[in-house]
Ligand binder design. Structure first.
Ligand SMILES: Cc1ncc(COP(=O)(O)O)c(C=O)c1O
Length: 417
């Protein structure tokens, strides 16, 4: 492998996203709304159109379009397995979104729990990785415990986590990265501790997926969910689980639907056109790696390179934003602000202005063509824990298609408020 540092050609990336070329209200918008859904490259849009024109059919037919559709779906299962660091396409289930898949998994797991069993969730997660487990625990008579957050840097309190573990712990549900503060959690360490008491580990990688290389093997987790609309694809959810568990758990399913993998987890007819788009999104990312290192073709290796390059670029943006904030004392940052700790965060920033409320600030930025979210983004467990309800925060979410010039524009706008 070459010694060349992995560098992203951001302009080449941007040219592939038609939405980034728009002029809205006479301004070139800056999309810092990515954590709620990224823009999509043309190849994803084309894949969806092509699906409809050339192979639009239901699953399992003997005729040509159904066979073509099924082989594309098979390829999508394999591509997404590679995206999450697995090898077995049967371990990947598609569904409406992460929330729906997690509710389905939680119901199946609850059927294996007894009264008095324990489940651990966190105060840093999106509610989609909390409420499904709380509801399932209620059904089974299990007890829910919560990992606290260190208020100073919005990291998980791992010492307190260890004190929650016991032989009664059946499941630990943790996010890979926070969609509010950008904190990256120590998933491998958490998994090791959880496995030490015999608990299973579910990872919500929805926010992590567009930023860093997911690796279920390195993390050694048991289940993982993510959502393609956050990683440059369409609105399709993804669930990965260890084959033995996915085969044996008592999932809620219809009688005629498949009892083998992955069909037993994929209720009803899927968005086949959406899954075609997911495959194209993974290919977009792999192609990005191939552009960075043209001698690499294999998809898995290309994805490794792509995420190295994405990380490097995103860390530059994060450093620029955090450095700029140092001259804006009116802006408060929640989360890691230390430039030496960029490895521990993705470039998602929760901020507040000392005089202007989150909604007003987001509206002001919109008037300057800078799109950010305000509120709690369903990271309600965290905003409640921090006492930030009802207004929440403003969230600035950067992705690899954002530029230093856009960061500068935001900093100028924040200064002008
Ligand atoms: C961290 C995180 N987890 C879960 C979800 C829910 O994902 P979905 O919309 O696919 O249900 C989101 C959505 O914003 C998220 O950011």
């Amino acid at each position: 492998m070459s010694e060349m540092p992995a560098r992203l050609n951001v302009e080449q990336c941007r040219r592939q996203f038609p939405a980034l070329e728009q002029v809205i209200d006479d301004l070139h918008p800056v999309f810092f709304d990515g954590p709620a859904g990224s823009q999509v490259p043309l190849r994803v849009i084309d894949a969806i159109t092509t699906y409809f024109i050339t192979m639009n059919a239901n699953h399992g037919g003997v005729f040509a379009t159904s066979r073509a559709s099924d082989s594309l779906l098979d390829e999508a299962h394999l591509a997404v397995a590679e995206l999450v660091g697995a090898t077995d396409p049967g371990e990947i289930a598609f569904g409406a979104n992460m929330t729906t898949l997690t509710l389905s998994l939680s119901r199946a797991l609850a059927r294996t729990w007894q009264p008095g069993d324990e489940v651990i969730v966190t105060h840093l997660d999106h509610d989609a990785n909390v409420s499904p487990w709380v509801l399932a625990a209620q059904d089974a008579g299990a007890v829910v415990k919560r990992i606290a957050v260190n208020r100073a840097d919005c990291t998980l309190d791992l010492a307190q986590f260890q004190s929650l573990l016991s032989p009664k712990t059946k499941l630990v549900a943790v996010g890979a990265a926070s969609n509010a503060t950008g904190t990256i959690n120590a998933v491998a360490q958490i998994t090791k501790l959880a496995h030490g008491v015999g608990a299973l580990v579910f990872v919500d990688a929805v926010h992590y997926a567009p930023h860093r290389r997911i690796d279920v093997r390195r993390w050694d987790c048991d289940f993982l969910a993510c959502s393609a609309y956050k990683f440059f694809g369409p609105h399709v959810g993804v669930l990965w689980g260890r084959r033995a568990l996915m085969e044996s758990l008592p999932v809620y399913k219809l009688r005629p639907s498949p009892s083998d993998l992955p069909g037993r987890w994929m209720t009803g007819t899927q968005s086949h056109e959406g899954i075609a788009g997911v495959l194209a999104a993974v290919e977009y990312l792999a192609e990005l790696g191939r552009q960075v290192q043209p001698e690499v073709y294999e998809r898995r290796a290309a994805l490794d390179i792509a995420f190295d390059a994405i990380k490097t670029h995103e860390q530059t943006l994060a450093a620029e934003f955090l450095t700029g904030l140092q001259s804006l004392p009116q802006i408060e940052l929640f989360g890691i602000g230390d430039l030496n700790r960029l490895e521990e965060r993705v470039p998602t920033f929760a901020i507040r202005h000392n005089r202007v409320g989150p909604r007003d600030l987001a509206e002001y930025l919109d008037s300057r063509g800078v799109y950010v979210w305000n509120g709690n983004f369903y990271a309600l467990p965290w905003t409640e824990f921090m006492g930030l309800e009802p207004d929440g925060v403003v969230r600035v979410g950067m992705l690899h298609y954002n530029t230093s010039a856009e960061v500068q524009r935001l900093l100028n706008d924040l200064n002008d408020v």
